[in-house]
Design a protein around this ligand. Structure first.
Ligand SMILES: Cc1ncc(COP(=O)(O)O)c(C=O)c1O
Length: 284
């Protein structure tokens, strides 16, 4: 691994991720063994290892509990790994789950958290985000090259401030709509894609559907990739149903044969999309 090139390692969540019955899955031992190997490799090359935690999780939709986050903090301390918690989806926690900011968990004083209004208020085009440091890492934020602070746009800063200060009622409405769509989606999947393994997300507007039972994917064709790259069931839906979903294989190991569907749309479109996906599978 050349120095300076980040190693990307997907940590599996075997208890959380729905898998088709009988499908091979990476075991926890496999994940932690590989993680330990990468940490050692990083140390040997004189670099420090960082763990990029995504909470709420994209694409899985899991919202991690305080206990789970505490376990991450303890492992990070034991192995000398710094944690960067990507909490960009935090405003999109749906009824039934509770968000715990990583920096409020014991033992996270040297960690960083990243957040933004860009997901919940759909402001990604306006470019703005916040990096927060635990008390033991604040001096490192100050050491960041000045150019890093030039990325956000002026309009982005204004829009994000307005969203966070005055967008509460709007967000409540949005969450009610997403919750209703999440319930509708469950019914539509059962009707049109009964072979799908699906666990309703606890947060986000993204649903992860395991369609490995269709046998349309190529095992091993996985890895961090371009998010628009289509394969397996995602290619079938684009070509035959005219429905664009993200292909699971680009999210890394365990993703081939799965798709990520964005349900932040109208119930009418959701009904049409799932019916078309069902017809495409039936005709395949
Ligand atoms: C977990 C997570 N982090 C970061 C980003 C990047 O966000 P932005 O488009 O606002 O830069 C995304 C976008 O999909 C995301 O899902």
């Amino acid at each position: 691994m050349p120095a300076g090139v980040p190693a990307v390692l997907r940590v599996p969540h075997p208890r959380r991720a729905p898998r088709a019955r009988g499908a091979a899955r990476p075991g926890p031992a496999d994940g932690s063994r590989r993680a330990r190997g990468r940490v050692r490799q990083a140390r040997r090359s004189g670099r420090r290892a960082a763990f990029l935690l995504c909470n709420p999780h994209n694409p899985g939709g899991a919202v991690h509990t305080r206990e789970e986050l505490g376990a991450v903090a303890e492992l990070a301390r034991r192995h000398g790994v710094r944690v960067v918690a990507d909490e960009i989806h935090a405003p999109l926690v749906l009824p039934g789950a509770r968000f715990t900011p990583y920096l409020t968990v014991e033992g996270t004083h040297d960690a960083f958290a990243l957040t933004s209004a860009s997901k919940a208020w759909n402001l990604a085009g306006l470019k703005c985000a916040l990096a927060l440091a635990g008390p033991g890492a604040a001096h490192e934020l100050r050491r960041m090259p000045e150019e890093v602070g030039h990325g956000p746009s002026h309009l982005g800063a204004i829009a994000h401030t307005a969203a966070l200060r005055e967008g509460g009622a709007w967000l409540d409405d949005l969450l009610r709509g997403l919750d209703a769509n999440r319930a509708l989606l469950g019914k539509l999947i059962a009707r049109h894609l009964p072979m799908a393994r699906y666990r309703p997300p606890q947060a986000t507007y993204l649903a992860w559907l395991d369609l490995t039972a269709l046998g349309l994917h190529e095992d091993g064709a996985e890895g961090p990739g371009v998010v628009g790259e289509l394969a397996g069931p995602a290619a079938l839906f684009a070509e035959r149903a005219r429905v664009a979903v993200s292909s699971g294989h680009v999210f890394g190991r365990g993703g081939a044969g799965c798709v990520r569907l964005n349900f932040a749309t109208s119930p009418t479109l959701l009904r049409e999309a799932l019916a078309a996906m069902g017809r495409a599978v039936a005709a395949a």
